[in-house]
Design a protein around this ligand. Sequence first.
Ligand SMILES: Nc1ncnc2c1ncn2[C@@H]1O[C@H](COP(=O)(O)OP(=O)(O)OP(=O)(O)O)[C@@H](O)[C@H]1O
Length: 716
Amino acid sequence: MSEYRQELDGGGQTLPVRAVFEGEFVNDGPTVSPPSWRQRFVNAWLRSPRVPLWAKDRVHAVQAAKDLIVAVLRSPFRFVGAVVRGLVVAVRWWRSWVTVRDYRQAAEQSEKLADKFTDIRALTLFRWKVTGAGVAVVPTAGLVLWLLYGPRALWLAGLVVAVALAALGRQRDGNPGRRAVLSGPRTLTWTIDSQVLVDAFRDAKLIGKDETLRLVERATRQGDGWAITVDLPATRKAVDVVKNRDALASALAVDEIQLNVERVRGNGGHAGRVALWVADEDPYSAPPIRTPLLAVERWDAWRPVPFGTDARGRRIDLPLVWTSVLIGAIPRQGKTMAERLAAAGLILDPHVRLYIADFKNGKDWKAAEQVAHRFMAGDDSEYVLTLVDWLAELVADVQSRYRRMQELDDVTCPESKVTPAMSRDLALSMPITALIVDEIQIPLEDRTPVEVHGKKLTAGEYCGELLMWLAKKAPAAGVILVLATQRPDGKTIPSGLRAVLGSRFALRVMDWRDSNIILGEQMNTRGYDSSRLLPSHKGVGILRPDGETQAGADVLALTVRTFYMPNEDWREICVQGRVLREQEGTLSGHAAGQTARPVLDHATVAKAIGSVTADRSESEGLPEPLASVVDYLADELNGDDGRDFVPTAELVAALNVEPTSFGRDMAELGCRPTRDRVTDGDRVRQVRGYDLANIRAAIGRAGDAAIDGEVVEDGQ
Ligand SMILES: Nc1ncnc2c1ncn2[C@@H]1O[C@H](COP(=O)(O)OP(=O)(O)OP(=O)(O)O)[C@@H](O)[C@H]1O
């Protein structure tokens, strides 16, 4: 048998490695000894569903002990309460008995009260007599007992009666009439009496009248609130509970901001398992917490950046590398603060290159000037055009990165993605690069005409195109976008751009539509609607992270309150960022005093992003029905290898339009139908339809008209 020799890393030492034959089972690992009986017992104990949770876990054991002490301390009061309720029940029963209520009601219903009146009266009289006899007998019996056995017998008899009354008056499920009409605040009673929680789920219509919950983890104190995990009945879904959090909050009599509902996923969870956490009070009313970044000397941009805390006070970090972030809110809700928090982590990593564009033109970003490779603060068209240049520079950079990555060996660059080592290697020149834009709606809405690759566009549209390309392609090459907008409406931020921004953070907005625009479609129906956040909750928003957060890998979105970073802290971080860059020799561009503008070839960039004509045509600015046609044929209009004719019947069916008016509207836009042959299975037929070249020409005409119109408007 031949033997190969394998060299160990570094040591130069060689070890013989036996040849391995195909199909041979190889087990080179250390032999695993079977678990001892003790380990087996512990494993079985921990896994058994029959062993209660308190016997497995210290936290639950402590909670169970606390519950027991509370129950013991409360028991005398509960007993007295039950006796009083029993007495009330007994008196009510006696009253209805002595007045022969059932007989009387039956006679009333059958309208024979007059006939039965004498009988009823006689029976009432008789029952009063029995009552009188009872009243006479009971004290006499008591006296006899006392004389015969002394006072102890009386105590014993009293105890028996009290126990009987307590049994009669004990709180039972579905006992109408036993509950006070106004039972006072319901808050937190569910932590003691789980029936209250079941009732709340029923009241919120999350489970049916005959259904109940199964307790997975009893109520325990966690942070400043109570946590409990329950299983819903089969067929009921945890996502519905998340969705109808408000109804549950109402049923539990707490503000919805205090109620945190999460679906328990992965191992130990399933589609019907819900973890609830109810805060004792508004978790966001406490003073804000300062960013922990103040305490660190430097940060690694590859580590998620400390962003804020969730309602339970858990720290939530925001992963930034390989993704891009969109932050949206109405003014004065903490948008800039959130964006600066993301930026702070990047500033404290001297290997990160920063492009910072502040279209708010305030002092919020001023301090970052000393670390930024490119920096500007302003809001007129001149700045928008500068941003366009930056974007073009970034597109060219990303392309050059991909080209260079192809040439790198697999050890340095295992995939077409920048690695931490690559991003820090100055020779490779592929640092993590962040483009941070505040008030992105300003450049996106800018109407300055620009001509790119022979096409007329507005600067805003071109910005949108470039940003879209970057958001799609750049994160893997180490270029991150962090965009914040004050106007999160559908028109301002093109849907194509929104779709490719991985992480979203929505602070308070005006209505659920705006919230969906930031967080993604249908998010309000899944229970995430940032328009419901309170105006007083500055810095509180819904985070839809791209990747794992401390709340778990599978959490769709969570409410986060950002850390607080006033200007002095921000300045301190920027100063530290500069010191670090100076030490590492990574200070460049604007921060290093270089004012040279990038040398750009917009034609190459436009060609690279390829979509200037086609993507732009995605409905925006085009009249109907051309916009719908363009959306439907998007890929075919973009590609050269698609078909060049589309049958009218296909368009009419796909767009669900009336054929005659569709033909007329298309003709008005200069698109006349022609006849062409199409293959339908084995047959070749001649049908009416439109040449794609005609449609492209119509798009061009309509687009030019739109831009010309805008220029005239601007000029007025
Ligand atoms: N996490 C937070 N905790 C407490 N207060 C905060 C928090 N975040 C922001 N704020 C406060 O909210 C106010 C608005 O913050 P910021 O300037 O970031 O809002 P903005 O949405 O960027 O405003 P604009 O739309 O005017 O640019 C500030 O006074 C700030 O102190």
